[in-house]
Design a protein around this ligand. Structure first.
Ligand code: PMT
Length: 233
């Protein structure tokens, strides 16, 4: 049996990678499998939350039971869904790996090889969705009680780089809780296990020992629960 401590809580979770199209057959993407976001959505629903899962490109994952599943492709699609759905949410968790940049041009036909020198791909910046949600909350477009959770995928060695980058990112993004994952060397992206830290805006830092993404989801939700207003928590 699962605790039903998230009963009545509306949660939106993003998962997987975005794909930024270049032409009908090519895209810029990343190695996110969606496993961590799906595990969060499943665990939250088991604890009674009303969950919407907004998923980009993911591995062959079973949709979690009792979760509304919305599929998106690009960072701009994801931004539009999150802006819309965050308005009614008590908790928003950005576990998706969002492309920071997208190609400026989409070619309607397959880009052909001409000569030996490739044409450069010109990129432009995608919206920073998490940052936008924080700004929208400050502007009163979201409830001041909405809990905003980010993830950070950081390369670096165990203690130094990863945690320092995470602290810096928490401050820069302005969310309430940041889950910092160590990535690279085959870690986090696509795996069944995850490890890292939970950092909160009020200064708590909790190490997450290596464990399944399901266990990680439980620990993350345990850290989110105390941030909810008591009426809905
Ligand atoms: O999907 P899996 O294979 O299970 O792997 C899980 C994971 C490693 C992808 C996941 O746990 C994770 O760390 N996701 C975030 C990875 C990431 O892209 O981090 P980032 O440092 O680029 O972004 C930081 C935060 O800002 C994230 O919450 C991200 O969703 C958000 N973001 C990033 C860019 C952007 N344009 N808009 C955003 O909202």
């Amino acid at each position: 049996a699962f605790p039903r401590d998230l009963t009545g809580v509306k949660m939106v979770v993003s998962a997987g990678g975005t794909r930024e199209p270049l032409d009908p057959v090519r895209y810029l993407g990343n190695r996110s499998s969606g496993k961590q976001g799906y595990a969060l959505a499943r665990a939250a629903a088991q604890r009674g939350a009303e969950v919407t899962l907004v998923a980009g490109s993911v591995a062959d994952l079973a949709p979690p039971a009792a979760v509304e599943l919305v599929r998106i492709r690009t960072a701009e699609d994801l931004a539009a869904e999150m802006r819309k759905r965050a308005v009614d949410a008590d908790v928003v968790i950005m576990a998706a790996a969002v492309a920071d940049f997208r190609p400026v041009n989409f070619s309607d036909s397959k880009i052909k090889k001409k000569g030996t020198d490739p044409d450069p791909i010109e990129l432009t910046t995608n919206p920073d969705i998490l940052r936008e949600l924080v700004t929208a909350r400050s502007a009163g477009e979201l409830s001041s009680e909405t809990v905003l959770v980010g993830f950070a995928a950081e390369t670096g060695d165990e203690n130094g780089g990863v945690l320092d980058h995470g602290r810096e990112k928490l401050a820069r993004k302005g969310c309430d809780l940041l889950v910092v994952n160590a990535v690279g060397d085959g870690k986090a992206f696509g795996t069944d296990d995850n490890t890292g830290w939970i950092l909160t805006a009020d200064g708590h830092e909790t190490a997450l020992p290596l464990g399944t993404k399901t266990l990680m989801a439980t620990r993350i939700l345990d850290a989110v629960t105390p941030l909810l207003p008591t009426s809905s928590g």
